[in-house]
Design a protein around this ligand. Sequence first.
Ligand SMILES: NC(=O)c1ccc[n+]([C@@H]2O[C@H](COP(=O)([O-])OP(=O)(O)OC[C@H]3O[C@@H](n4cnc5c(N)ncnc54)[C@H](OP(=O)(O)O)[C@@H]3O)[C@@H](O)[C@H]2O)c1
Length: 228
Amino acid sequence: MTVLLFGATGMVGHGALNAALADRRVSRVVTVGRRATGREHPTLEEIVHADMTDLGPLADRLIEVDACLFCLGVSAAGMSEADYRRVTYDLTLAVARQLAGRNPDMTFVYVSGQGTDAGGRAMWARVKGETEKALLALPFRAVVNARPGFIQPVGGAVSRTALYRAIYTAMAPLMPLFRRVLTRHYLDTDQLGRALVEAGLTGAPEATLEVPDLQALAARAEPHAQTA
Ligand SMILES: NC(=O)c1ccc[n+]([C@@H]2O[C@H](COP(=O)([O-])OP(=O)(O)OC[C@H]3O[C@@H](n4cnc5c(N)ncnc54)[C@H](OP(=O)(O)O)[C@@H]3O)[C@@H](O)[C@H]2O)c1
């Protein structure tokens, strides 16, 4: 099966890429980003492409894709609503609309966030909620909105956001405690990656996946992972 991945250079995307490369069911992994990850693997094809609003030049390479894992996104911290919306809603929908036209059999998995709410008061939650809703209206085989909460970077995953990097470094000694106490909110990047791949390849029980759903999907994917 073929997996297309956006945001592979980010923290969540790193876990998704690890999981896709390790999954025996995946024969081809195509990343699209404005930078390459630099990873090498027999099943990996990296496409560096700056303008996500025009995927036309990549058309031949973006067909017969079974699952798109959309891990591209930004933190809303310090951003105006207009700037946050430009990446979160406009860019996501621009990519998804182009893919939907060419891949009606594709499952589109969007990395949203815990607490997303189109009618909510927090700006980020509203914009993510509107994005989720608009994606559900597109003609894919299925759209899955994954809502992780607290994510621990593992296995070399690094946030592209300086503030998050500082927070993760400061909190590192507390991670084992968080993992035990925040069970309904906690995923590590490899676990989240496996859940995203599983949702993309086999579908998900619901269109919206909260953390316990993602934990269950990650466990379902484990037998398909090959050790390096
Ligand atoms: N981190 C968390 O704790 C957390 C929790 C819940 C939900 N999420 C969601 O998960 C998603 C990914 O988060 P993350 O932590 O992996 O973020 P990250 O480490 O900052 O990575 C962001 C990724 O998106 C790409 N990107 C951002 N803006 C772009 C643009 N304008 N054009 C092209 N590519 C762009 C980055 O590419 P470059 O490498 O080229 O910059 C990178 O690959 C986000 O939607 C976030 O809201 C994160």
